[in-house]
Design a binder for this molecule. Structure first.
Ligand SMILES: Cc1ncc(C[n+]2csc(CCOP(=O)(O)OP(=O)(O)O)c2C)c(N)n1
Length: 581
């Protein structure tokens, strides 16, 4: 059946049709919807794992057991899962195994811009790279065929534009699969040096065979063009830009397999054109390979290795007409990201700013604590990094610094990779204060459940990890919970734990204001007779509050009545509208 489908939904559909039985993933934009869509198919067991490494190992276990399995993640997630990936390349699979990884060129929602294709080459596993939803579906299915035929996990690489664009797919029925028998095979699956030594040549031979397969595989195809002055090698979303800009003017070698690359096909294509040009986002991955083959070409000397491409960028670089586009008459005001009205993180960051804390931050909605006027963050690196870094920071500086430095980390991020850092503090004993911002959800990526929320991916009741008990079990004696809507209490907790001469954990607990079950209070309004225009309420950077004619003003469509601004007003100008939201 033909239908319009999001790229990520199409991957999920491909997994479903291919008979995938187990999916374990960790959320991360732009990959999250693959797993959310999989969870809608009853035939697939689906879960959110605490992190990408766990997810990949779960998928590996399911493959070992004989089921087709999948794990999905964003590009930086593959860093976390790189350890199992590199050795799974040696063990190979039993049931087919596909790893979805989505790159975020342009960093719409990421801390770096990284090209996952390097992982395919480095870990010596094949990578397919769809350029639209139809290919996303087809390549997901093909990935399982390759996985079982060549005994390898297969990487399926998405990018923001392919993951989050809709195009036509043709769906078919699910092909239910018999479980492949599990047989003990120590030489293949127990990767200790003696066995791994024998597996490495198998991996090299497999790459050679896959490269041969890639020479004639329909996923790599030449599209003829009238003008052979330029010949373009491209893939993924760059292929779409090239086709939109050039049509059939120049011949195009469209690569659906990012690794291994078809050297024969590339060589023949290069020989058929005057100037070989590689159009690829981020790194010059295909380019480097072509250059190593001794081919002359235009690549990153013309196209940037930074940010996303666009039709206009490709047109400009190829010397073709650039569309002027339409200009708006009005200037659109810039809208930098801010914490939502009623975000429980706001009160905590206000307090940290007020206490002039050095804040070692982490990744989540709370990273917005770095933005003015809160400006309460000194560092953000990677998931889990805050807790490990505060330990190093305090070991290095010690003394007074221990009494003004905190680490902040969200509940999901703490489960992801914060726990091990906390174990390090407990073990190697630095006087560090760690604040877990428990908003009872993985907020940043769109409300996924995690091991602290008590619900699974389908929203059904699940195991719930008790954060207080966990921290105490690690040896922390000072563990306390505060409500970040209560500024006085939050301030007291921060001051006391920073003053203490032993490590401590503060759990700043209040569910995300956007969760469906959270009941909002009536929005507030400003009594303009009382307001003195002192702007104390503006210090929390709430998007519902602005100044109008010298007085504070509350946008009641945004306000959830959290009352944080009320606590800052020296004259009691904030009053309830009495209308429950
Ligand atoms: C290794 C890695 N995996 C996934 C992500 C995507 N991501 C960014 S923040 C985040 C979790 C945020 O949840 P939480 O820690 O609960 O904080 P909240 O956003 O709810 O405040 C995720 C999954 C990432 N940046 N890095």
């Amino acid at each position: 059946m033909k239908q319009l489908m999001l790229g990520n939904a199409a991957v999920a559909r491909g997994l479903y049709e291919a008979g995938c039985g187990v999916v374990s993933s960790y959320p991360g934009t732009p990959s999250t919807e693959i797993t959310e869509e999989c969870a809608k198919y009853d035939e697939i067991y689906c879960e959110w794992a605490p992190n990408e490494k766990v997810a990949m190992e779960v998928a590996f276990g399911a493959s070992l057991a004989g089921k087709r399995s999948f794990c999905g993640m964003k590009h930086v997630g593959l860093n976390v899962a790189a350890d199992p990936l590199f050795t799974m390349s040696y063990t190979g699979v039993n049931g087919g195994m596909v790893i979805g990884v989505a790159d975020d060129a342009g960093m719409h929602s990421s801390q770096n811009e990284q090209d996952s294709r390097h992982y395919a080459r480095a870990a010596k596993v094949p990578m397919l790279e769809p350029s639209d939803s139809a290919e996303a579906l087809a390549f997901a299915k093909l990935a399982y065929e390759l996985s079982e035929q060549f005994d390898t996990p297969v990487l399926l690489k998405m990018c923001t534009r392919v993951a989050h664009s809709q195009s036509i797919v043709d769906t078919t029925e699910r092909a239910e699969r018999e479980m492949i028998p599990y047989e003990k095979n120590i030489a293949k699956y127990v990767m200790m040096p003696g066995n791994a030594k024998r597996r490495h040549p198998v991996v090299e031979e497999r790459t050679r065979k896959l490269a041969q397969w890639a020479e004639t595989a329909p996923v790599n195809r030449v599209e003829e063009g009238a003008d052979h002055k330029i010949g373009i090698i491209t893939s993924s979303t760059s292929y779409q830009y090239v086709k939109e800009v050039c049509g059939d003017r120049f011949p195009v070698l469209k690569l659906g397999m990012a690794w291994p690359l078809p050297e024969g096909l590339i060589r023949d294509f290069a020989a058929s054109v005057d100037l070989l040009t590689v159009v690829e986002e981020l790194d010059g991955f295909i380019e480097a390979h072509c250059r190593a083959m001794g081919l002359a070409l235009a690549g990153k000397d013309v196209f940037p290795c930074i940010d996303e491409f666009s039709q206009n960028l490709v047109a400009e670089k190829l010397g073709l007409p650039v569309h002027a586009g339409r200009k708006l008459d009005d200037q659109i005001p810039p809208r930098p990201p801010v914490m939502c009205a009623g975000c429980p993180h706001r009160g905590l960051f206000y307090t940290l700013n007020k206490n002039k804390c050095t804040v070692l931050g982490d990744i989540g909605c709370y990273t917005l604590g770095a933005v003015a006027p809160l400006s309460a963050m000194d560092m953000t690196l990677c998931m889990g990094g805050s807790i490990s870094a505060i330990h190093g920071f305090n070991k290095a500086r010690g003394g007074e610094s221990e009494h003004k430095t905190v680490a902040v980390i969200g509940d999901s991020t703490f489960m992801h990779s914060g726990m091990t850092g906390l174990a390090n503090i407990a073990y190697n004993q630095s006087n560090s204060t760690v604040i877990i911002l428990d908003n009872s959800i993985t907020g940043m990526t769109g409300h996924q459940q995690n091991p602290t929320t008590g619900f699974n991916i389908k929203g059904d009741p699940a195991g719930k990890i008790d954060l207080e008990a966990l921290c105490r079990a690690m040896g922390f004696r000072r563990v306390r919970v505060v409500d970040p809507y209560d500024l006085k209490e939050t301030d007291r907790a921060v001051k006391e734990e920073l003053a203490a001469d032993e490590p401590s954990v503060i759990i700043s607990r209040r569910p995300c204001a956007l969760l469906k079950y959270v009941k909002h209070k009536a929005p507030l309004k400003v009594n303009t007779d009382k307001c003195i225009g002192c702007k104390s309420c503006m210090k929390i950077g709430c998007p519902a509050i602005s100044m109008k004619e010298g007085k504070a003003h509350v946008d009641f469509t945004q306000c959830v009545g959290c009352g944080v601004c009320q606590q800052l007003c020296p004259v009691g100008a904030f009053e309830s509208t009495g209308k429950e939201g």
